[in-house]
Design a protein around this ligand. Sequence first.
Ligand SMILES: Cc1cc2nc3c(=O)[nH]c(=O)nc-3n(C[C@H](O)[C@H](O)[C@H](O)COP(=O)(O)OP(=O)(O)OC[C@H]3O[C@@H](n4cnc5c(N)ncnc54)[C@H](O)[C@@H]3O)c2cc1C
Length: 497
Amino acid sequence: MSMKYDVAIIGSGLGGLQCAYILAKKGLNVCVLEKNPIVGGCLQTFRRGQTEFDTGFHYVGGLDDGQPLNAIFQYFKLMNLPWHRLDSDAFDEVQIGGQSYFFANGYDRFADTLAEQFPHQRDNLKRYVAMLKNVGDGLKNSFKPRSEEEVFTQSLFTRSAYDFLCETITDPLLRNVLSGTSLKMELNRQTLPLYIFAQINSSFIQSAWRLNGGGQLIADELVASIEQMGGTVRTSAGVAELVERDGRLSTAILDNGEQVEAEWFISDIHPAATLDLIKESTQVRKIYRRRIGSLQNTFGMFTVNIALKDGAVPYLNRNQYVYRTNDVWSLADYAEGRPTEGILLSYRAEANQQFAHNVDILTPMYWPEVECWTDTQVGRRGAEYQQFKQQKAQECIALVAEVIPGFESAIDKQFSSTPLTYRDYTATAQGAAYGIRKDYNSPMQTLLTPRTPVPNLLLTGQNLNLHGILGVSMSSFFTCAEILGMASATDGLNFED
Ligand SMILES: Cc1cc2nc3c(=O)[nH]c(=O)nc-3n(C[C@H](O)[C@H](O)[C@H](O)COP(=O)(O)OP(=O)(O)OC[C@H]3O[C@@H](n4cnc5c(N)ncnc54)[C@H](O)[C@@H]3O)c2cc1C
């Protein structure tokens, strides 16, 4: 006899687990179906020898009392995890042209700190942070239906982040400094909506945090809560097909042929991959498939995970972004054979904070750079691929050496991954770091809502609205509101004023 659930959820990324949590909390019988042996998607932590590394997650913003992500994580019972606050005088450091600039927490302090190096831009910096504060403060109103906030948010999705920056900040160097921590989004001049730029930057300016133990803790904690509330989370349970009957989805067929029935289906995987699972449908027209299939994805990431020799590199309680170009926005323009021009260096949080145990180096990497190895599998991609990775890793390490002299001799072991690795471990289309590329020129086309043409199939996760921990969390409520209504979905979510 096959089990029938109220809601079956495809994918155990942050979005899938949060939806399961919200729905289970309201008494629905939920089942999360995860293809991998490990839950979490981009939150996964993995081990190489004695050392633990993170897949995607590195830091979050807005976790202090009264800040938006704090309220959201209180709701999900995630505030008890070992959160570790980054240096509030300098949570991020941007190095351009050999000069360092520091980001401080608090809107005023952020502006004042940078104004010391850019005194002629003080008023512009004030205007810049006022805008970011406005967007950050407005986040809580997004959960009120048809609010003025909704209109405001939509208008920011139709504006260019780059144009806003040019209009507000007249010094080009300062524009690049302000953009310099934005490897956490795709800084694309032609497409990036102001909302994404402002909301993400705003969140980190409020406060910035690492997690002592890695992103896996978030996923594991959510699974424990879901199970406690009577929900089911299954791993090694990939969905191979979604079956439609009488205009609604009825069944998920798993890779092993097993059938799982449900009233509702939520997909936390890429919308195009979701549609691929529906082989026959009276609801999904060709034109919709074509529209979803033609959406562009953001860039992927090349990551070097480094285990350091004992006592070789002091732990730094901030992130370092190092650039070899003074045009930070150009990193999003793919050009063949281009050298590495910017990296993020992230230190893993340490209980004993004197020395760093391991660090990650991240830099954008475009799909065409690895496309020739599309048909290969992890560990069997051949010598040329190994060589390509080695070369890229060397370039990344050379950039780190600009902030940590002699860095190379501090390396014990190094591992690297490309968008192909992400594709194979997190099943993201083209290993895109941040899902579908949202475009301010065509917000109606690129900003998907949770609804699909199939009435009982909903979308969630980073491909809607905003990516990242904050954005995915917001979308989880929007998705569940389609089933529960907004008031019920956000019951227990309390933003302090
Ligand atoms: C390199 C990198 C660095 C990042 N750094 C940060 C950061 O510092 N801070 C931050 O806030 N955000 C960061 N992000 C973004 C953040 O990690 C993601 O936005 C978020 O975790 C995405 O969650 P998701 O729910 O959309 O889906 P995903 O994490 O993509 O999960 C989807 C899940 O679905 C599963 N799946 C796929 N196909 C199937 C199938 N057919 N059947 C069953 N299961 C399936 C996958 O295995 C996966 O587990 C980073 C991302 C990357 C890639």
